[in-house]
Design a protein around this ligand. Structure first.
Ligand SMILES: Cc1cc2nc3c(=O)[nH]c(=O)nc-3n(C[C@H](O)[C@H](O)[C@H](O)COP(=O)(O)OP(=O)(O)OC[C@H]3O[C@@H](n4cnc5c(N)ncnc54)[C@H](O)[C@@H]3O)c2cc1C
Length: 508
């Protein structure tokens, strides 16, 4: 048998793991080099004193993307994990009114909206119908599209939808939501998904209203008894079945290029040759640190004009007793909504009063904490590009926990903490070489979305590819899984806008 072609992948984030399996199925001998000692990148896990915390993603959204990916290998997600649909999808705490829940059930949620604003029920129905249509268009024409052939956008159903669709590119999510709903709290519920995209609702296109289809209609899921890390685990198990090799504690310091071709990498100071090289490491780091200047498609000056998504303060809390006040997912919204976003994105200052996300996985999975304890994860978005000192962080933690106690009514939360792990903004730079310590990557502003986001293929170096949140289609676990399929489409020169239906050995 002829020698198999070799592929090296720098980084074992979701995108790197997902692509490794695709390349192995396509016949490549694949090795993944990861600087840390575990797989998953931002999808991590902490196990301590009987508590198990997911350290990154906690919302399992766009479940069909996962199903379609595993189908490429003749598998289903249930070969690796089972999903629970969360009911309610989440609880929202406000400074201005009592908490409310979003059930992910239009019947109940329209009633909730109507109880808060006359006429909001029918407007929500229309909003979610529009979100569904935009979501389906995005899936069919944009997310899996390498944008190499403009003609594949000249499709009848897309052209018919265009007049309405164009409007959602030209205005902000906030502009669009506030023209439909007057009440501030309803606006907040419909605008918060921009945070998943590392963006402010005041500076992200209204197109992203499509995210509301997911939480109001499709539903929010959770891998039962395994947590989100189940996804990284499943990708690695599949990889082991396909013969992917993982090399941990392997810091890659260079992508070697000869005559315009990537010939391999330097990992732990040794040269490793490969027929193709893929970087799943942070794209800014890959471009500006792993490549010589003449080989950079996105050099330092490119990044000066780009907007980074937020960094974050993460708290992993083991709490004694029960916390019935919290659901699995909880959102805390401050009344100075715009000011909070401006502090993070514009002024780069530490919010003294911050909107935040809190999860309590013990609502769904008791095994994530010892008996009679709760597992609480707190995420406070903070500005990227700055890093508060330790004493500043300690003060901020007290402020944010006091705010959480006040809004949730859990007066003694701080006294009941038996375990506290902290990830400061520096964590993202230290652990993942993240640009400006961003937790999520390049923000999904209009200029940094769809075909305006970096491609998965280097413009300067043949056989060098990128996979993960930094390139198309963007941030989020399902997006990174799609990104892996985009690399495959480049390899087989499939310029259609649809997801690949099989993985062929034809790239050999
Ligand atoms: C706190 C938080 C909450 C989130 N919540 C959600 C959510 O609820 N739902 C959702 O879908 N998404 C969520 N996301 C986003 C999602 O987790 C990411 O978009 C996705 O996991 C990024 O994957 P990636 O493929 O880009 O790789 P990354 O996770 O960025 O991994 C890249 C890997 O490359 C490695 N690497 C870097 N440099 C080198 C080097 N020189 N040599 C070797 N290896 C290197 C890193 O160590 C890392 O393992 C969240 C992210 C965070 C941080």
């Amino acid at each position: 048998m002829a020698n198999r072609r070799t592929a090296v992948i720098v980084g074992s984030g979701v995108g790197g793991l997902a692509l490794a399996n695709i390349l192995a199925k396509a016949g490549y001998e694949v090795t993944v080099y990861e600087k840390n000692d575990t797989a998953g990148g931002r999808m991590g896990v902490i196990k301590k004193k009987g508590f198990t915390f997911d350290t990154g993603p906690s919302w399992y959204l766009m479940k069909d993307v996962f199903t379609d990916y595993f189908r490429l290998f003749g598998k289903t997600t249930s070969n690796y994990y089972d999903l629970a649909r969360l009911d309610p999808a989440y609880r929202v705490f406000f400074e201005t009114m009592d908490p409310t829940v979003i059930k992910g059930n239009m019947e109940a949620d329209t009633e909730t909206f109507e109880s808060l604003e006359h006429g909001a029920a029918s407007r929500l129905r229309k909003y979610v119908t529009r979100a569904e249509s935009n979501y389906n268009i995005a899936l069919k024409y944009f997310l899996y599209n390498p944008f190499k052939r403009p003609s594949n956008l000249l499709k009848k159903d897309l052209l018919l939808a265009l007049p309405g669709f164009a409007g959602v590119f030209t205005r902000s999510l906030h502009g669009y939501v506030s023209s439909n709903f007057r009440r501030k709290e309803l606006q907040q519920i419909l605008e918060y998904p921009s945070v998943f995209l590392g963006a402010s609702p005041f500076n992200t296109p209204a197109l992203y209203q499509l995210m509301s289809y997911l939480d109001f209609n499709e539903g929010v899921f959770y891998p039962k008894k395994k947590g989100m890390y189940a996804v990284a685990d499943a990708l690695c198990k599949l990889g082991a079945e396909l013969g992917v090799e993982y090399k941990f504690n392997s810091d890659v310091t260079k992508i070697v290029v000869k005559d315009g071709n990537a010939t391999g990498i330097i990992a732990n100071k040794s040269f490793v040759s490969a027929d193709i090289v893929v970087s799943n490491a942070d794209l800014h780091f890959t471009e500006t640190q792993l490549l010589d200047q003449k080989h950079q498609s996105y050099p330092a000056k490119y990044w000066k004009k780009r907007k980074a998504g937020p960094s974050a303060l993460l708290l992993f809390l083991g709490v004694k007793g029960s916390l019935p006040e919290l659901e699995h997912h909880n959102l805390f919204f401050v009344k100075d909504w715009r000011q909070n976003f401006d502090q993070i994105y514009k002024y780069k200052s530490w919010p003294k009063s911050a909107s935040m996300y809190v999860s309590k996985t013990t609502a769904t999975d008791k095994s994530t904490a010892p008996k009679n304890h709760e597992n609480v994860f707190v995420l406070v978005p903070l500005p990227s590009g700055a890093s508060p000192g330790r004493s500043e962080i300690d003060k901020l933690i007290e402020v944010y926990l006091a705010q959480l106690e006040e809004l949730s009514g859990i007066k003694d939360l701080r006294q009941r903490i038996v375990l506290k792990e902290i990830y400061t903004p520096d964590h993202f730079g230290d652990a993942f070489n993240s640009w400006l310590n961003t937790a999520l990557g390049m923000s999904h502003t209009l200029r940094q979305s769809a075909f305006l986001r970096p491609s998965v293929k280097s413009k300067k170096v043949d056989n060098l590819y990128y996979v993960g949140a930094g390139s198309q289609p963007g941030i989020g676990v399902p997006m990174c899984i799609i990104s892996a399929q985009l690399v495959y489409k480049y390899l087989v020169q499939d310029w259609s806008s649809s997801a690949p239906s099989t993985i062929e050995r034809s790239v050999l």
